[in-house]
Write a protein that binds this ligand. Structure first.
Ligand code: ZN
Ligand code: ZN
Length: 371
């Protein structure tokens, strides 16, 4: 959890952005944005909870009456701002209007807000112009503070410890599901509070980047793509891919893997303050195209990570985001050859003034499992 001063600074920065952009009101419902701004990890339920921020007034939190004590126990309870409980027969939108004084102007909503709520805002604030809060909150979340960087390093170390144990789980004759179940247990045992995803893609299944665990039995010679991640108690996420091989995968695969490994290094090395997202993508993609592998690299190079596994900045072919120090994102090129096999190497990397810092430390070599 961040310190109270961190949260207050985030709110102040949000209010400054609102002033700059001319936004009159911002409503943030349970989401990573809410957790980021006030530390309240509320569960999205049918009764609305909303953080209400105006550019010049004190923010307040509107919550169902039965959740007032939970909300007050969150870091928001230490800020000295109002937590307003609404009763079953209250209209929470009336409360938002009465307390904020907002009736007309521009209202920004978090980008994960339920459509049902957006439509109600439209109904109860007919003169308001609704837009996304992404330019306000996203602009703050995209670069990480030293505390957040440490949380992400902790998450990376935890998932690295899981990858270190994957070779013990991979055995010819086991199914992807069996291996996946064991990996899920390890993700929790190594310090995560939640398993976010477990991809174990063996043999031809490796050609599907987001393969779901199946009952396919792992056989000798299979490459196995293992992409795993979870959420730590801090709320920050891990995400790391390594590729394993059940014995010798054959010379063609080994050659392709080497090229992929070079591409992953080249994209990582292209990271620096001021680099444009697409140049980082191109550094690896060009290496793959020299070897006719780019046609099999069917996704972008990476995504930002923080309180969500996928967030800004994205690293892709047409993305013009300018990378700054303390941005954190994945570098995860791969190749996916339908019906044959696939591979991916993924690290989370911090852009630092001293260059790129890969926070996943496990070897990026193909891990050959003795069979
Ligand atoms: Zn990823
Ligand atoms: Zn991943």
């Amino acid at each position: 959890m961040a310190a109270t001063s961190d949260y207050l600074e985030r709110i102040t920065r949000a209010q400054v952005h609102m002033q700059e952009l001319g936004i009159d009101l911002m409503l943030v419902t349970p989401s990573a944005d809410l957790r980021y701004l006030i530390g309240y990890n509320a569960i999205p339920l049918e009764r609305i909870t909303a953080l209400v921020i105006s550019p010049h007034n004190e923010p307040f939190l509107v919550v169902p009456r039965l959740e007032v004590s939970t909300a007050t126990a969150s870091p928001f309870g230490n800020f000295g701002w109002a937590v307003i409980g609404w009763a079953e027969n209250d209209n929470p939108y009336d409360i938002i209007r009465d307390v904020s004084g907002f009736t007309t102007g521009r209202v920004a909503v978090d980008n994960h807000m339920w459509a049902e709520r957006v439509l109600k805002i439209q109904k109860y604030f007919p003169l308001a112009q609704i837009e996304l809060a992404t330019p306000i909150i996203g602009a703050i979340r995209i670069t990480k503070t030293p505390t957040e960087l440490d949380f992400l390093r902790e998450a990376a170390a935890a998932i690295d410890r899981v990858h270190a144990q994957v070779p013990d789980l991979l055995k010819v004759g086991r199914t992807e599901e069996e291996v996946g179940r064991d990996i899920s247990e390890l993700i929790l045992a190594e310090g995560h509070v939640r398993v976010d995803f477990v991809i174990v893609a063996s043999g031809p299944n490796g050609a599907s980047p987001h393969h779901e665990l199946s009952n396919r039995v792992i056989i000798a010679g299979d490459p196995v793509v293992v992409d795993i991640g979870g959420t730590m108690p801090s709320g920050y996420c891990s995400d790391c891919t390594r590729t394993y091989s059940m014995g010798d995968p054959g010379s063609e695969y080994l050659e392709r893997y080497k090229i992929l490994q070079r591409a992953q290094v080249l994209s990582t090395k292209a990271i620096h303050h001021g680099a444009i997202s697409y140049t980082i993508d191109a550094a690896g993609r060009n290496e793959l195209s020299k070897n006719d592998l780019a046609q099999y690299f069917i996704h972008r190079t990476g995504h930002g990570i923080g309180l969500e596994t996928h967030e800004e900045p994205y690293i892709g072919e047409n993305n013009e985001t300018i990378i700054e120090n303390n941005m954190v994102f994945s570098i995860e090129p791969g190749f996916y050859i339908e019906g044959v096999h696939g591979a991916r190497i993924e690290d989370i990397v911090i852009c630092t003034p001293d260059g790129p810092e890969s926070i996943n430390k496990q070897s990026r070599d193909l891990v050959i499992i003795e069979i």
